[in-house]
Design a protein around this ligand. Structure first.
Ligand SMILES: Cc1cc2nc3c(=O)[nH]c(=O)nc-3n(C[C@H](O)[C@H](O)[C@H](O)COP(=O)(O)OP(=O)(O)OC[C@H]3O[C@@H](n4cnc5c(N)ncnc54)[C@H](O)[C@@H]3O)c2cc1C
Length: 405
């Protein structure tokens, strides 16, 4: 295959997959995107785009569209069981700071924007998945579960934390479960819901948060710690039953959320970290959460955007895919290592088990809120957060190329 006809088969159409399709199309590649779900998935909550990922969005030409589709969230308030504000952290005012980033967008909205800008150039195949891969050395043949075969120069697995195709090429994957489950739901909005993200911690390491969106609904998140593994594999009815039982006596606005549960769009997942000593094998490479899912602190989307930009830039820079994939890993690895460096104690501290632990957490937040804010700003200036831990290479677009818009 010549440079002009290079073809990437990308599996997964959430954030990493369409972002890569966008960047490869801008460099003259042909792309096919296979997505297991029957259509683009809309579930999920606000995700924030920080640090160098903001710069990537600028270079992709999507920053304005993302800003326009923002949720308008003004910050984070911790509340008690009566809804009284314990501590408040206003949204950041730059590319990096704040619990709420300056740009907050629904995951589904960002996915939609990326899909809209790539569907003209990419062949999207929904409701399909890869069932086999054969690496011939100079190209790969992927067999889809419907029987079709697709030849590609590169296969990119962007299937998220619980990727299936990953095991076909890198079976040594270690998935560290962090013992935390999160259910993301979309529920009807009430007059009481404002532009703040409200977070309520309940005894038993449970929490409920409510966040505004730009669709006239409210995004709810129920999270709980458990030693039982595999709940994310249960069917929806069983997950709903578990949520009902777990949160029956949790207080604050949980009755309202449980009432809406039956009909609400729901995405239920266990928080885990994917750890691999390498991200590629031959002509197949992992991208986004499939390669490095970082865990509970919301850095996955920024990493996926930066990773897509770097992978496209390196692949398009020459014909030696081995060198490109090695350089992609070399550039992304330190960034990922920092994002994955999460202590179990930090997860426990965020989700105290006992009522006493919660009282202490609230007292600390109440007393230290302003100090924490100031220290956060200071440390952000002194040390670069994971979203900033990479010097973004400049990958010029070829003359005459057009960024998909
Ligand atoms: C429905 C959904 C809701 C989410 N909600 C939130 C949220 O509220 N907050 C948050 O911080 N993060 C959320 N995430 C995770 C977040 O999107 C990622 O951490 C981050 O954006 C990196 O994205 P990714 O594209 O690498 O992986 P993901 O976003 O996990 O996307 C993987 C995609 O691959 C598809 N897929 C999986 N297996 C296969 C297969 N075998 N063949 C083909 N396609 C496959 C999935 O359907 C999905 O579309 C959500 C993810 C999903 C899929």
């Amino acid at each position: 295959m010549t440079t002009a006809t290079r073809h990437a088969l990308i599996s997964g159409a959430s954030i990493a997959g369409p972002a890569l399709a966008h960047q490869l199309a801008a460099r003259g590649w042909r792309t096919t995107v296979v997505e297991r779900a029957p259509r683009l998935r809309d579930e999920g909550q606000n995700i924030d785009v920080r640090g160098v990922a903001r710069e990537v969005m600028r270079r992709m030409g999507v920053e304005d569209a993302v800003r326009e589709a923002g949720t308008g969230e003004v910050g984070l308030r911790f509340v008690d069981g009566d809804g009284r504000v314990v501590a408040a952290f206003p949204a950041g005012e730059d590319d990096t700071g704040g619990a709420t980033a300056e740009i907050e967008i629904l995951r589904g909205e960002l996915s939609r924007i990326l899909h809209e800008r790539t569907r003209g150039d990419s062949d999207y195949r929904f409701g399909e998945q890869i069932s086999g891969l054969t690496d011939h050395g100079d190209h790969v043949t992927a067999t889809l579960d419907g029987g079709d075969e697709i030849d590609a120069d590169i296969v990119v697995v962007a299937e998220g934390t619980r990727s299936r195709t990953r095991a076909m090429v890198l079976p040594e994957i270690r998935l560290d479960e962090l013992g935390l489950y999160i259910a993301y739901l979309t529920i009807p909005r009430t007059d009481e819901d404002d532009r703040w993200w409200r977070w309520y911690g309940a005894p038993g390491s449970r929490s409920l948060s409510l966040r505004p969106d730009n669709r006239g609904t409210t995004r709810a998140m129920l999270s709980f710690r458990s030693n039982v593994r595999g709940l994310e594999e249960l069917d929806r009815a069983d997950q709903v039953t578990i949520l009902r039982r777990t949160f029956a006596d949790a207080g604050w606005q949980t009755p309202r959320v449980l009432d809406a549960l039956e009909d609400a769009p729901l995405y239920f997942d266990a928080v885990g970290q994917a750890r691999l000593s390498r991200w590629s094998s031959g002509r197949t490479v992992l991208l986004g959460d499939a390669a490095w899912s970082p865990g509970p602190f919301g850095t996955g989307t920024s990493l996926a955007l930066v990773g897509a930009y770097v992978l496209a830039g390196e692949l398009a820079g020459g014909d030696d895919h081995r060198a490109a994939l090695a350089r992609y890993e070399e550039l992304m690895r330190p960034h990922v290592d920092r994002a994955q460096n999460i202590r179990p104690a930090a997860i426990r501290a965020m989700n105290p088990y006992s009522a006493t632990g919660l009282t202490v957490q609230r007292a600390v937040l109440r007393a230290a809120g302003p100090v924490v804010g100031a220290l956060g700003r200071l440390s952000a200036r002194r040390s670069r957060p994971p979203s900033e831990a990479i010097d973004l290479p400049d990958y010029p677009l070829p003359a005459g190329s057009v960024t998909p818009a």
